[in-house]
Design a protein around this ligand. Structure first.
Ligand code: ZN
Length: 395
């Protein structure tokens, strides 16, 4: 219970007296103390932004398994059930996201894998389909894609992902880069909106992509762009810039104000919670997933812990937990699953505790954000259920 104010402590001495003359005062004071105690513990008012909240307002490491969680960005590309069993044991539901990337199986095959997994694990997994831009320059492309989306929605897709190949690879008949605000996407985006589905946009890349490897902030980006020089934009100055990518996405969102949109990878604004806040303010239907970018929040927490913490409090309704883990035939399943489980635990520690931490992708030490339970429940489940309403019906 909270500490009582001094005047109540003085009066409490009177209560301990057995003298009858204090009887009426005693009743009144008991009522006052009860009311004060209740005000401290029963008040439904929101927790303050900072300060020492009672312990029950926070989760601990022990709560990890008992709290229902959703991970809205994984790529299960084979009929492997070990990853889903692990997710179930750790109390996760997952959204399996199809991608139109050269390293992924054809989009029909990705869809079939999702549909089979959903049959086996109807309460654990949903899926998001995608569109292919292979036939972009054909007249029939829009109709083909709308047909594919309709079929996918009928098969259970709750969203549609567009990928960074739009803006970084796809070109029109004249060799010009096609960006996401190209009018040819509009009927497709309108169809997604009318179907009450969510668009997930991995558009652009982390800002590090436009820097030389040695200037990149987190190890994950250094490793990825070393391995994928074709996507390392520092090496391709003739391609659209980082700002071009963000601006195209902003123009697309401005054209579709009622579209439910999830900016994958912190909306490619992973490097600055201030910049991300500006976009969230401007586009109320936009949430962002944290897939493969939690290290960027941790990197900012090294020097600006309070700012990152306050950002989570202020935008607690717009941030969605996700990891971007892949399941494919190139991995050793036991090793992949161990790594996945360990990273989920590290994320839980970052969001729920205020312990000092070191993680593989960030060079320096930082402190956990120790977010209140209410905020943790939103980022781990409630926001996902809002942006992907069909995922709320899974259990
Ligand atoms: Zn992904």
């Amino acid at each position: 219970m909270a500490t009582l104010p001094a005047e109540i402590i003085i009066e409490q001495k009177m209560i301990n007296s057995t003298s009858p003359k204090y009887l009426n005062i005693k009743i009144i004071i008991v009522a006052a103390i009860s009311a004060f105690a209740c005000f401290q513990s029963c008040s439904p008012s929101k927790p303050p932004l900072t300060g020492n909240l009672p312990a029950q307002l926070y989760y601990t490491a022990d709560d990890y398994k008992s709290v229902e969680k959703i991970n809205t960005h994984v790529h299960i590309r084979m009929d492997d059930t070990t990853f889903l069993n692990l997710a179930a044991a750790d109390n996760f539901r997952v959204l399996n996201v199809s991608v139109n990337s050269p390293s992924a199986p054809p989009i029909e095959k990705q869809r079939n894998i999702s549909v089979r997994l959903i049959k086996s694990y109807p309460t654990r997994i949903s899926y998001a389909t995608t569109i292919s831009v292979k036939n972009w320059n054909s007249e029939a492309w829009q109709q083909e894609m709308i047909y594919f989306l309709k079929e996918s929605f009928d098969m259970g897709a709750v969203g549609v992902k567009v990928w960074k190949n739009i803006g970084m690879d796809l070109r029109d008949k004249n060799g010009k880069f096609v960006m996401i605000d190209d009018p040819r996407f509009d009927p497709i985006i309108d169809f997604i909106e009318k179907s009450n589905k969510t668009l997930i946009g991995h558009l652009g890349e982390p800002r590090n992509c436009w820097l030389p490897i040695e200037k990149m902030t987190v190890q994950g980006d250094k490793d990825y762009f070393k391995a994928h020089p074709q996507y390392h934009m520092y090496l391709h100055p003739e391609y659209p810039s980082y700002e071009d990518q963000l601006n195209a996405k902003d123009r697309m969102l401005a054209k579709h104000p009622n579209l439910r949109f999830v900016g994958a990878h912190l909306g490619s604004l992973e490097w600055s919670v201030d910049e991300l806040a500006k976009r969230l303010d401007r586009f109320p239907n936009m949430a962002v997933d944290m897939a493969e970018r939690i290290s960027h929040l941790q990197y900012q927490a090294v020097t600006e812990w309070q700012k990152v913490h306050d950002f989570f409090i202020k935008y607690q309704d717009r941030l969605i937990y996700a990891t971007d883990q892949r399941v494919d035939s190139t991995q050793i399943p036991s090793q992949r699953n161990t790594e996945a489980h360990e990273s989920w635990l590290r994320h839980w520690k970052f969001f729920t505790s205020d312990e000092k931490m070191k993680v593989p992708k960030v060079e320096k030490e930082f402190k956990g954000l120790k977010l209140p339970r209410e905020v943790v429940d939103k980022i781990y489940r409630k926001n996902a259920e809002k942006w992907f309403p069909e995922m709320a019906k899974l259990h």
